[in-house]
Design a protein around this ligand. Structure first.
Ligand SMILES: [Ca+2]
Length: 270
């Protein structure tokens, strides 16, 4: 199969999505310019990064059942740098990507609140950490004593799709829970093979804007039914209002995440 490498713009878009930095309309939340490799290295060596923990809230009990860790980066003046832009550059530098991922994941684990922790791992990072059947990045993640759920995004890039499949298989072999990220995002792929292996489905925020369309709603309801039959939990992302929370409950989603709970977001700087 011919491997299609994405353009820098596609990488930027995919990276921004993989790392939770797109607004509802799919555009990056911040104005974006891609930093150079030197800039990225300086940023990590200078430890100009942080983590934001967002609560995942059970819809039945209202309790926080875990947190997702999201990477944040800063320039020398302390201004935010788009994680999507940082990762777009890193995808061109596998060794640097691996270093940044190992360093930031270790930080995210060290400072995490108690309870299950969701960590985003993109298939390229996993691939960069491979050494035969060993994997240094997964070793860092598995070192956490409390539960970790690895969120995996599937992409439009054939090479990444294969790496994604390999990542899910490696996680299964280590008995590490797998969440499929951004399920239903407008440009995302969903393979039935990966769906079968998922412990958690993270439903993309864009579903909320499509529930007025009966065909869209039928697809989401079928996905939720499938998740129940497979024993997978469902988490709807991007819940910002009480009415969206009610809609999530009416749909039968297990848990939600989003800006509605921003009062409970916690940030730790390196
Ligand atoms: Ca995620």
């Amino acid at each position: 199969m011919t491997q299609v490498r994405p353009s820098m713009n596609e990488q930027l878009f995919g990276s921004a999505r993989a790392h939770g930095h797109l607004a509802e309309d799919g555009r990056p939340r911040l104005p974006v310019s891609v930093p150079s490799s030197c800039d990225v290295l300086a940023l990590v060596l200078g430890r100009r990064f942080a983590v934001e923990y967002q609560p995942i809230v059970d819809l039945h009990t209202g309790e926080t059942i875990g947190h997702e860790a999201l990477s944040r980066f800063f320039d020398a003046q302390g201004g935010p740098v788009s994680p999507g832009a940082v990762f777009a550059r890193l995808h061109e530098e596998p060794s640097l990507l691996l270093y940044v991922e190992a360093e930031t994941k270790r930080f995210q684990i060290e400072n995490a609140p108690d309870g299950p922790l969701h960590l985003n791992v993109d298939p390229d990072s996993f691939h960069a950490g491979r050494n035969g059947s060993a994997n240094g990045l997964l070793d860092v993640i598995q070192a956490r004593e409390q539960p970790v759920v690895v969120e995996v995004i599937e992409t439009m890039c054939f090479a990444d799709a294969r790496y994604g499949r390999e990542l899910v298989s490696a996680l299964r072999e280590r008995s590490m829970p797998v969440a499929l990220d951004d399920v239903g995002a407008p440009d995302a792929l969903l393979s039935l093979e990966t769906l079968k292996d998922a412990d958690v489905l993270k439903l993309d925020a864009s579903w909320l804007g499509r529930m007025g369309d009966p065909r869209e709603r039928a697809i989401l309801e079928a996905l939720l039914g499938l998740a129940r039959r497979l024993g997978a939990r469902t988490i709807l992302e991007g819940v910002e209002t009480e009415s969206q929370l009610e809609l999530a409950a009416a749909l039968g989603v297990d848990a939600v995440q989003g800006f509605l709970f921003r009062g409970q977001f916690r940030t730790r700087a390196a």
